[in-house]
Design a protein around this ligand. Structure first.
Ligand code: ACM
Length: 681
């Protein structure tokens, strides 16, 4: 007993010592630096502050360093604890590189530009846990990024986020060496940017009478004025934007504005219906391309955007236009005739080309989601590849620059752990390891094509993310993984080591007031999906009475009896999907005793995936005459976006060679039905 008490007392006594004796190491930094050489000895941070001196710096670095709580400026280079030299002799490729040398008596930073020096400071910030660790391992770090574009995207349309939220995320981005913040400023759910020439964009299109996006989307999708007591929304004034840009600039982050076109524009067309094909509010989501006024509007808006944002990149969305109204609109048809455009894809391409030329005439570069390739890609346009990496690779082959943000890896609005323990999401599953595993450049891509890859970006769409703290939770720690892919060389990546560092950084961000996912308590994959399932029908032939969708075949004809169960998302190539009923017959090869027949289905309402209404199970000896063995009914509500899994099964005491399952689909047009395995025992 005494021994236990003494041991506990010793542990308690030793705890503060541990904190004081913790030694910050370059081996803990995310993204992992290019080269680290360990030195001898330990540097102890002076109390209360370290003096820094910058030689040849003429940018915002000095005032940024003064804003940190553990540094003070000095004019005396010899007296400085941290001596920073900006050599200024870099070509563009070295602009962000740095070396950081920690000796027992002094820290030296050398960089071609203030940007490089800024990144050296970020490595130092991580090593000191933002000033809380006082002792640092002596070392030399030589570092430079892999990619020039390292981005995070913020959907401030679905839910307006206050300026302070963005400033806080910019700080975290800086710590991770991101250099582009992409603001999705406009979408159906609300316009978020002051445009002087079109005041209705912020007096009407920025407000809706519903807080929750689902209520608005499933309701009347209306807008209201700011003085309406129900008004929910907001927008950034030009002054707000200037402040965000300046804050980001001091952290070497560029702010990329996005103005959506030609689709996702319901809010504009409610305020200015003359720009739609019908000429009426609440009828269309796409701009009318036949109407010259559309181009006048877009060019006027873009002119104000370009005046406000110094960003080289101007994002014009370009995704998911329905193109429906264009097919019957006389003005669009006339435009197609006049311009010799074969179809609505070419009509979209005509518009993107025109806007690209306009943006280029102002000395800027257009970025668009990969749909801007439809009907012909505008020269010079940057393609943001979200529907997988292939569209981006194709753009690169055509000589255009690309940024990769494939949804299956880089959509951080997808759930990051088991859906039953996570907040409701739009669907999908992008846990940390999956995000980390993405490699944007396959070996098959030749060097000259690979040079067209600007970098990578993760997106967080906010349909189901109402609160700021929930939004924050979706970024961290997954943004760490994106940062490491963006900055570090692929051969340096190592998931177990990254996870160790991520756990540390999660603790650090939490202590700084960020709401992060609790990585230490990650649940992981759906257990059923982690090992092959043995059952009577495994390997048996499946006869499809109705075909599965070619979009979601999983393993094809053998998918439902291959013993492979799906993971948390229907999109993992292990769930088989159909937009019809599922009707299959399994041939067991000979008549066998059958006691159990069951199949798991998945519901993810945000992705239009629903449980079947009913599953009928039939047995037969000859494959022609079937008798009903059992039925299972849906008891899962279709109103919640919560992701659900349900086994539809029946017990029986029979024998049969053929087992038929007929799953009756949810009646909504365009909805999906997914199952992973039919289990017979
Ligand atoms: C997108 O997710 N529609 C770019």
């Amino acid at each position: 007993m005494y021994r236990i008490i003494i041991t506990i007392a010793l542990i308690i006594l030793a705890m503060p010592m541990f904190a004081e004796t913790a030694i910050g190491s370059p081996c803990d930094v995310i993204p992992v630096p290019q080269q680290v050489e360990m030195g001898k000895g330990v540097y102890t941070w002076p109390e209360p502050d370290a003096f820094f001196h910058i030689k040849n710096g003429n940018g915002p670095l000095a005032s940024y360093l003064k804003s940190l709580n553990n540094m003070t400026a000095t004019d005396n280079q010899r007296k400085a604890d941290i001596s920073i030299t900006i050599t200024g002799d870099a070509d563009a490729a070295q602009n962000e590189s740095y070396s950081l040398t920690i000796k027992p008596d002094k820290i030296h930073i050398k960089a071609a530009s203030e940007t490089g020096a800024f990144y050296a400071i970020q490595s130092l910030q991580q090593m000191t846990r933002c000033g809380t660790v006082k002792r640092l391992q002596c070392c030399t770090v030589t570092d430079a990024p892999r990619f020039a574009y390292r981005g995070l995207h913020f959907d401030v349309s679905r839910h307006f986020r206050p300026k302070e939220f963005l400033l806080k995320q910019i700080d975290a981005m800086a710590l991770l060496k991101f250099n582009n913040i992409h603001l999705h400023l406009t979408d159906a759910a609300g316009w978020r940017l002051q445009i002087d020439r079109y005041p209705l964009l912020t007096s009407l299109a920025a407000w809706r009478p519903y807080k929750r996006w689902e209520d608005w989307w499933n309701g009347d999708r209306s807008y209201c004025t700011q003085d309406d007591p129900r008004a929910y929304g907001g927008y950034y004034t030009k002054e707000d934007i200037r402040e965000i840009i300046e804050y980001a600039r001091a952290r070497h982050i560029n702010v990329v504005p996005e103005i959506e076109m030609p689709g996702h524009s319901e809010e504009v067309l409610a305020a200015y219906p003359e720009l739609s094909c019908s000429g009426e509010p609440y009828r269309n989501g796409d701009f009318c391309i036949g109407n010259e006024e559309t181009f006048t509007f877009l060019e006027n808006v873009l002119s104000e955007v370009i005046d406000l944002f110094p960003s080289q990149y101007i994002h014009i969305g370009g995704d998911e236009a329905t193109k429906e109204g264009w097919k019957t609109c006389p003005k669009c048809k006339q435009r197609m005739e006049q311009e010799g455009l074969a179809d609505v894809d070419e009509l979209q391409s005509y518009m993107i080309h025109r806007i690209e030329q306009f943006v280029q005439s102002k000395g800027r570069t257009v970025v668009g989601f990969d749909e801007i390739m439809q009907g012909g890609l505008a020269p010079g346009a940057v393609v943001m590849s979200w529907r997988g990496a292939e569209p981006g690779l194709e753009a690169m082959r055509q000589g255009n620059p690309a940024i990769m943000n494939p949804n299956a890896y880089y959509y951080l609005d997808y759930t990051q752990d088991a859906p039953f323990k996570e907040p409701v999401s739009i669907g999908g599953y992008t846990p940390l390891e999956k995000v980390y595993s993405f490699e944007p450049l396959p070996d098959s891509i030749p060097g000259d094509v690979a040079g067209n890859l600007l970098g990578v970006q993760a997106n967080v769409w906010c349909e189901y993310i109402t609160d700021d703290s929930h939004a924050e939770y979706m970024y961290y720690p997954r943004a760490f993984a994106v940062a490491e892919t963006a900055w570090s060389q692929p051969e340096q990546k190592n998931y177990p080591d990254f996870r160790r560092r991520a756990l540390n950084l999660v603790t650090q961000l939490r202590s700084m007031g960020y709401n992060t996912f609790d990585l230490a308590n990650e649940y992981g994959d759906r257990k059923e999906s982690t090992r092959p399932l043995k059952h009577l029908a495994r390997g048996c032939k499946v006869i499809y009475n109705l075909p599965y969708s070619r979009q979601y075949p999983a393993a094809g004809d053998s998918a439902l009896t291959d013993g492979v169960c799906g993971g948390w998302t229907y999109g993992d190539n292990r769930w088989q999907g159909t937009m019809r009923d599922m009707d299959v017959t399994i041939d067991l090869g000979s008549i066998k005793p059958v006691h159990y027949v069951g199949a798991t289905f998945l519901q993810s309402v945000g992705a239009w995936v629903y449980m079947p209404r009913r599953v009928d199970i039939y047995l037969s000896d000859d494959g022609e005459n079937f008798t009903l063995a059992g039925q299972a009914w849906c008891d899962v509500p279709d109103t919640s976006a919560e992701i659900r899994y349900k086994v539809y099964s029946t017990l029986c005491d029979a024998s049969a060679r053929y087992v038929r399952l007929h799953a009756v689909k949810y009646p909504k047009r365009g909805s999906w039905l997914f199952t992973d395995e039919i289990v017979i025992n």
